[in-house]
Design a protein around this ligand. Structure first.
Ligand code: SAH
Length: 353
């Protein structure tokens, strides 16, 4: 919000007033305000919420990530280390990962980076020993960090640049009566457009996520100073690439991203190419991207599903369906990608061969 006096009333009214006072706002500002309100006011996950994530589909997801981290930690010489998760949702992934890590001898202190009060309460139920930080600055600096982020980066604000007859401009959000709509700003962005996109057809859109890169850089500084590794799972592409991937999801269906800000989950596909490049520039070793299907298969989701099915014969079909949803090409297996970053001198994580 550009104006401190503008803090009264529901979010759409506040956004409309801000736009009326100061003109159209960048898409990133609209998306940031909408998602902050959205996550602060509800638990959006699961059948009765708006969307379902991999850890909510099956315990296998968090367990395999926990075992991958424990294996990495073991090969790193079993140092004292912290478990860190960004945007842990209901805490399900962490609970499953911590159980699997404990079975491998790793029982680290737990730190959640989460700004939603509603979800912090859920996380406290799933992982009672957890501590919370609002950002990377609040994380401990005394030992290596084992970091996980699942469907976190897709919720961070993007900006969109659009090619017009006059060159590249930023996509802004305007307001007419009570309707929000995208408009084209006047500022010229041609000098920062990568050369391969300069002559793209009119209407082409190039997305960037400055907060994602900023978070990655801050995390990189910590991993370089303290040691450790990060595993990032999300849907996305090896960019930069052209395309409009902004989407709103509400009640398990697509919605208009400009309607009812704060009442739907706004996301964009994650540009893994840019994140990998940023990590390398900072001095980390990057692994992947590989698809979620490749990653979970390499970590042994097949044998894990078989073992679960043997232990619970009445759940055989359910376990097979969950495995297909997590790894199938038509489900999450292909669209979702996994990357990892390690501090120099740390071993490579399993699953990226
Ligand atoms: N990782 C969980 C939840 C994904 S939903 C799962 O896989 O089920 C996105 C999560 O990121 C939520 O916990 C949300 O509150 C959190 N989040 C979104 N933007 C954030 C921000 N800027 N800072 C901290 N957490 C954020």
């Amino acid at each position: 919000m550009p104006d401190a006096r503008n803090e009264e009333g529901p979010l759409p009214e506040r956004l409309a007033r801000a736009i009326t006072m100061a003109g159209p706002i960048p898409l990133s500002q609209f998306m940031g305000a909408a998602n902050t309100h959205y996550y602060a006011t509800r638990d959006p996950l699961g059948a009765r919420g708006d969307f379902t994530t991999a850890p909510e589909i099956s315990q296998m997801f968090g367990e395999l990530i926990g075992l991958a981290l424990a294996d990495l930690w073991d090969r790193a010489g079993r140092p004292a280390a912290h478990y860190v998760e960004f945007g842990p949702g209901r805490g399900t992934l962490a609970a499953d990962a911590l159980r699997a890590m404990a079975s491998a001898g790793l029982e680290p202190p737990v730190h959640f980076v989460e700004n939603s009060p509603a979800l912090r309460a859920e996380q406290a139920r799933a992982v009672p020993q957890a501590e919370w930080a609002l950002d990377i600055v609040g994380l401990p600096d005394d030992a290596p960090l084992l970091v996980v982020a699942n469907e976190f980066f897709d919720a961070l604000p993007i900006r969109q640049l659009i090619k017009t007859r006059e060159g590249w401009r930023e996509r802004l959000v305007a307001c007419q009566d009570t309707l929000f709509l995208p408009v084209v700003g006047n500022t010229v962005f041609d000098p920062i457009i990568p050369p391969q996109f300069r002559d793209a057809p009119d209407g082409s859109i190039l997305e960037t996520s400055p907060p994602s890169v900023a978070i990655l850089r801050a995390l990189a500084a910590r991993l370089l100073a303290q040691g450790g590794a990060a595993i990032v799972i999300d849907y996305g592409y090896a960019g930069p690439a052209l395309g409009d991937t902004l989407q709103a999801v509400r009640g398990h269906a697509y919605a208009n991203p400009f309607e009812d800000p704060g009442e739907a989950d706004l996301t964009a596909h994650v540009d893994f190419g840019t994140l990998v490049e940023a990590a390398r520039v900072e001095g980390l070793v990057a692994h992947g991207p590989v698809t979620q299907g490749e990653f979970l298969n390499a970590l042994g989701i097949g044998p894990r599903a078989d073992a679960l099915a043997r232990a619970a014969p009445d759940r055989v079909a359910e376990i097979a369906i969950a495995r297909d949803r997590l790894t199938g090409d038509e489900a999450m297996g292909e669209l979702f990608k996994v990357i990892a970053f390690t501090a120099p001198g740390w071993p490579a994580p399993a699953g990226f061969a």
